[in-house]
Design a protein around this ligand. Structure first.
Ligand code: SF4
Length: 306
């Protein structure tokens, strides 16, 4: 998209479409910048990698593939992309949608057909949640497909808000300070899984999906209940952000600035063996002082210094 100037005397409709074009251009730049930053910060993609991009048909996976394709065209390194969709044979799954879309992107792709839906329906009692067995089966199949395709990385479409939600879910319901890592070794120890959208806000992916008019496949076809706890945590975070703009950004930043000496995990920090060093440190703990934070800024509120 190239920069365009518009005359002050232009009609309102031209000004409005110019504004939309400029906002979309900024959004595209932001998406590419944040994906690029995550790739570099965590060394997600290296020269010669074959990245298997998992496509569910949701807005996030479409956005992931789309942005990675743009990054590949500009990247100083050479890597391959291959899109993979696992068709789990859920009733009503529109099986032509992804192959048609992927064919016109020019990205090589593979559709894996495995009827996990029947297995899950058979094994799980009606009314019980099917997600844990379903996702276990899906994970195993995707690892096998990655091997068969010679993929060196498996890319998933989780974004910043998914990662924060997972952090709070683990804290509220699992009693752990544990999030969703941007890069990890798979549980079978054989694959590197990456999340290039780690720094991307969900609202940006929603806007990008609208702009690109991705053919989104609904995620409720299996008939399973939505994860109520995740929905509640998502609503809680949105509410906080509404009341205290910048809070999501601050919490997300905290995930990358962990201070083990100021938590309580003896396995991460040797509290028992702690000894005074006798050396003063500006960054040392001023244990008797109250912590000071920058004043919270609220929209429309100015800090007046006297
Ligand atoms: S929502 Fe449906 S498709 Fe998704 S993990 Fe749960 S059971 Fe599987």
């Amino acid at each position: 998209m190239s920069a365009v100037w518009i005359d002050d005397a232009a009609p309102a409709s031209a000004k409005a479409s110019f504004k939309i074009e400029r906002e979309t251009h900024k959004l595209e730049k932001r998406l590419c910048r944040e994906v690029g930053r995550a790739i570099v910060d965590f060394n997600m993609i290296e020269e010669g990698d074959k990245v298997m991009v998992c496509m569910s048909g949701g807005k996030d996976s479409y956005g992931l593939l789309d942005i990675l394709q743009k990054m590949k065209a500009r990247a100083p390194i050479d890597f391959e992309l291959i899109a993979v969709n696992l068709d789990q044979k859920q009733p009503g799954f529109p099986e032509h949608v992804l192959p048609e879309y992927l064919a016109q992107t020019g990205v090589p792709f593979h559709i894996e057909n495995q009827d996990t839906y029947s297995i899950v329906k058979d094994k799980i009692a009606p009314g019980k949640t099917m997600c844990s067995l379903c996702s276990r089966l899906r994970r195993g199949i995707l690892y096998r497909v990655a091997d068969e395709l010679g993929a060196t990385k498996i890319a998933l479409g989780h974004h910043r808000d998914d990662m924060l939600q997972t952090f709070f879910l683990n804290m509220f319901f699992g009693g752990k300070l544990k999030g969703m890592p941007p890069k990890l070794v798979s549980d079978d120890g054989r694959h590197i899984v990456i999340r290039p959208l780690a720094y991307v806000a969900e609202k940006d992916l929603t806007r990008w999906a609208e702009h690109r008019q991705f053919p989104i496949i609904p995620c409720t076809l299996c008939g399973s209940q939505e994860n109520l706890q995740r929905k509640q945590v998502g609503a809680m975070l949105r509410e906080w952000e509404k009341k205290h703009p910048g809070r999501i950004e601050s919490m997300f930043s905290a995930l990358g600035h962990v201070v083990p000496s100021h938590l309580m995990d003896g396995a991460r920090y040797d509290f028992k063996g702690l000894k005074a060093t006798g050396v003063a440190s500006e960054d040392g703990d001023k244990a008797f002082d109250a912590e000071e934070f920058a004043p919270a800024t609220l929209p429309g509120l100015q800090v007046i210094r006297l």
